[in-house]
Ligand binder design. Structure first.
Ligand SMILES: Nc1ncnc2c1ncn2[C@@H]1O[C@H](COP(=O)(O)OP(=O)(O)OP(=O)(O)O)[C@@H](O)[C@H]1O
Ligand SMILES: [Mg+2]
Length: 275
């Protein structure tokens, strides 16, 4: 089923009113700017140099795929730009704010306000229904309950889950759970959505549906950084950055990003012809 996504009420405030997500605002300052980012992990007397000096800028409205072999530092990089961990050295500016020296509380607050996370394993709270899961980030942000509820309902509608608000994660399919996670990631109007292998646990059709939602969000202004192992997934993004051994190996634009919605429409047509 192809899902129509309307993202009006939860559109990204940093979109500057653009409706053409692919035309990145070259004159706008970067949302993410990292310089010479390094991360060492110490395991006993062993040191793993997970990131060895990564410098990268992400502009508003970009849809960046991070690729590279297992162990190349992709998740380490996402954890750092997600303010979930601190670098060993280097600088990181999020929306113009240098975050590497912020205290724990300020970091948590920044994370909640500026970043939306989507994980491979969905990471929903199992005892809460879809609505509760999506309302949660706004609770931390101190938003009144009535507003939280309205925004969460709008976000769930935006990802095609109207009617599923009262379902717990175990009562939803994998694709539906990932849509709840997307709604949750959107609901505070983040500057960036960070997705670490968001389609890794999904079949190819469901992956396309999730990609169609992400592309729609990107077209309405959301900046997205997505980790994937699959070239087919990366082909839907506007830029591909490849990591190797803790460094950026290559960084190139995708001239003609594939449209997940178009592929889904073709599939539906073929199925109709066969039926
Ligand atoms: N908490 C940790 N403690 C010690 N070493 C770690 C830790 N997390 C990651 N590493 C190491 O850092 C390196 C980079 O790991 P990372 O998880 O960033 O890779 P990745 O590119 O995300 O790989 P994958 O594609 O398998 O998810 C690896 O050598 C890994 O073993
Ligand atoms: Mg990883």
């Amino acid at each position: 089923m192809v899902v129509a996504v309307e993202v009006g009420p939860v559109a990204n405030p940093s979109a500057n009113g653009r409706s053409d997500g692919r035309k990145v605002g070259r004159s706008l300052p970067p949302v993410i700017r990292v310089a010479d980012l390094r991360k060492d992990y110490h395991l006993g007397s062993n040191v793993v140099h997970a990131l060895r000096g990564v410098s990268l800028e992400v502009l508003p409205g970009e849809f960046v795929a991070i690729m590279g072999p297992s162990g190349s530092g992709k998740s380490t990089f996402m954890n750092l730009i997600g303010c979930l961990d601190r670098p060993t050295s280097g600088t990181y500016e999020l929306d113009g704010l240098e975050v590497t020296r912020l205290r724990q509380n300020a970091l948590a607050d920044l994370r909640n306000r500026k970043l939306g996370f989507i994980f491979q394993g969905f990471n929903l709270l199992p005892r809460m229904d879809a609505l509760g899961n999506v309302m949660l980030p706004m609770l931390y942000a101190g938003i009144p309950r009535r507003v939280r509820r309205e925004r969460a309902l709008a976000a769930l509608r935006a990802v095609g889950l109207a009617g599923r608000e009262r379902h717990r994660p175990s009562e939803l399919s994998g694709g539906q759970q990932q849509r709840v996670a997307i709604a949750r990631a959107l609901v505070n109007g983040p500057s960036v959505i960070l997705a670490d292998e968001p389609t890794g646990n999904l079949d190819s059709r469901t992956s396309l549906e999730i990609l169609a939602i992400l592309q729609r969000l990107n077209q309405s202004g959301a900046t997205i950084v997505l980790v994937t192992h699959e070239p087919d997934v990366a082909a839907h993004c506007s830029r591909i950055v490849v990591f190797k051994d803790g460094l950026v190996l290559s960084d190139r634009p995708v001239e003609q990003p594939r449209s997940a919605a178009a592929t889904l429409a073709e599939l539906a047509q073929t199925e109709e012809m066969v039926a």
